[in-house]
Design a protein around this ligand. Structure first.
Ligand code: MN
Ligand code: MN
Ligand code: MN
Length: 302
């Protein structure tokens, strides 16, 4: 049910859907209201704001959405662990007041702050004086994270862009690669369920898994209560979408269906990120919003 959706013409609601994007509440460049305006301009009819481990941008986004007559679905992108790897889980249609969700957010905020302090300490020791204050200024109201350190480095002229900052200092195996004990995948799915939402596996092709490993992940995700997978997310080649779609058909055939989600993973205007509303599900894919369609009548009619 999507009682939280504002009154938007029901026949139009699912015509251009974008269920994954970021605002300044995490590591996006646009404020939630600016993001909503841009989505409206790009023809998006249903937008889920899915900031990393926070719902802090949603109030502003929903306020702006009302003025723009665009539907904004409450969402989040939870960081979770699976063994020694990290997976991202998008929670859609969540109740942001949920105690379970609030607890999960608070825990991640604590972990992020601890990590940022450790990164700052390492950077300062290496001679990056002022890294902590600089990154904090870049973060603004958002929880301090590696992208903010990267932006500070770019602003200082220490690297030519954020990608270089990650490659040299912040990414895997580098100085800023501090291990974090994120809550595990099953617990994170349970959190989203407890908040009345649907757990969707984010960008499944970005984990560097073999086909067999990916099937294992899909299995485990579905068994733990996950409802969907991002069939199209960010910059993804058509053949990748076809291969992933084939894996999802296989899951459905063995009685473990996962519904399809779609999102830009938009962070900022520019070439390296996909534009809001530009990702589309291929024909025949069963969209995650079929779960919400039954609720539309009641949400709209009242
Ligand atoms: Mn991000
Ligand atoms: Mn992600
Ligand atoms: Mn994302």
């Amino acid at each position: 049910m999507i009682a939280s959706l504002p009154a938007v013409a029901a026949d139009n609601l699912f015509s251009t859907v974008d269920l994954h994007c970021h605002s300044t509440a995490s590591d996006g460049i646009l404020r939630p209201a600016e993001l909503v305006s841009r989505a409206k301009l790009r023809g998006v009819t249903l937008l889920a704001l899915t900031d990393h481990d926070t719902v802090a941008g949603l109030a502003e986004a929903q306020c702006a959405a009302e003025a723009e007559n665009l539907a904004v679905l409450p969402g989040i992108e939870l960081t979770a662990s699976r063994g020694r790897r990290i997976v991202h889980i998008v929670g859609l249609n969540i109740d942001i007041e949920s105690t379970a969700l609030q607890g999960a957010i608070a825990l991640r905020e604590k972990l992020r702050i601890e990590r940022a302090l450790m990164i700052a300490e390492r950077l300062e020791k290496r001679g990056f004086v002022g890294a902590l204050a600089g990154a904090r200024a870049e973060a603004g109201d958002a929880v301090l994270g590696r992208p903010h350190f990267a932006r500070w480095m770019v602003a200082q002229g220490l690297v030519k862009n954020a990608a270089q900052a990650f490659k040299r200092y912040l990414g895997a195996g580098k100085l800023g690669d501090v291990a974090v004990a994120w809550p595990d995948m099953a617990a994170s799915i349970a959190t989203i369920e407890a908040a009345g939402g649907q757990a969707v596996l984010a960008h499944p092709l970005k984990y560097g898994l073999s086909r067999t490993q990916l099937l294992g992940l899909l299995n485990e995700f579905q068994q733990a209560g996950g409802r969907g997978v991002e069939l199209v997310c960010g910059q993804q080649k058509p053949e990748q979408t076809r291969e992933l779609n084939a894996l999802l058909q296989r899951q459905a055939a063995i009685g473990q269906p996962l519904l399809c989600s779609v999102g830009s993973d938009f962070h900022q205007p520019g070439q390296s990120w996909r534009e809001l509303g530009s990702a589309r599900l291929p024909e025949g894919a069963e969209p995650i919003w079929t779960l919400w369609q039954t609720g539309v009548g009641t949400a709209i009619g009242t």
